[in-house]
Design a protein around this ligand. Structure first.
Ligand code: CA
Length: 229
């Protein structure tokens, strides 16, 4: 088990406590602070493998904290967010975050995401650098076309948007909720099963273009990611 240190910046003690408990059980060492200023002091003096930042903090926002952190460190950051408009800022402004989790969340999900990010960055993960750029896929955003294994895919609007998002973030796990937020911008008549249905048709089209292997990975209880062979 790794003894990597994780800084948790969260002012709600109930949330912090469940995170600390779960991360400690997963073999991480945690440090917990509640203020932007204390967090910055910690991050400047100690070394951490990753930081989990709440956005609404008593003396400022997690966004400001992240911005200041990025002046001296590039450690991975996961945001904890409660609002959709915050997600837009995280995603849209390229805040330098590696991932985000929407409240209420399961601590197990956060621990899994921490694990994925740290494995990706661990020594030896470099040989997967090529696979991270989504091997076999060619994305043409201007023409809104995607080729897979050299074959041009005939995709519906949402299949295209879904696959594009996955290609742009290889190996990152998206929950159904995150996919709905980022692909189906107009909520309308959209249900959780919408994502599964589109993943299913997408898989069939990918299989038709290139039978093996299935690049879309299902992570039970977590969501989907694009895996490279
Ligand atoms: Ca808060």
């Amino acid at each position: 088990m790794s003894s990597k240190r994780i800084l948790i910046v969260e002012d709600e003690s109930a949330i912090a406590d469940t995170l600390i408990y779960t991360l400690n059980n997963s073999g991480y060492v945690t440090e917990h602070v509640t203020l932007v200023q204390t967090a910055l002091a910690c991050l400047q003096t100690d070394s951490f493998a990753l930081a989990i930042l709440d956005i609404g903090l008593p003396d400022g926002s997690g966004f400001d904290l992240c911005r200041q952190l990025r002046r001296f460190s590039d450690i991975p950051v996961i945001f904890l967010t409660a609002h959709t408009d915050e997600i837009d800022r995280i995603v849209g402004l390229e805040m330098g975050a590696d991932d985000y989790v929407t409240k209420p969340f399961s601590p197990r999900e956060v621990a899994a995401r921490v694990g994925v990010i740290l494995r990706r960055l661990s020594p030896g993960a470099n040989q997967t650098a090529e696979s991270r750029s989504a091997k076999h896929f060619a994305l043409d955003s201007l023409a809104r076309r995607i080729r897979y294994g050299g074959v041009l895919l005939d995709l519906t609007r949402y299949e295209y948007l879904l696959l594009k998002l996955l290609i742009e973030h290889p190996e990152r796990i998206f929950s159904r909720e995150q996919l709905l937020e980022r692909v189906w911008r107009d909520p309308g008549e959209v249900f959780d099963r919408t994502v599964d249905t589109h993943i299913k048709t997408l898989r069939a089209k990918l299989r038709a273009a290139k039978p093996e292997p299935d690049p879309i990975h299902t992570h039970r209880g977590l969501g989907y990611s694009l895996q490279s062979p």
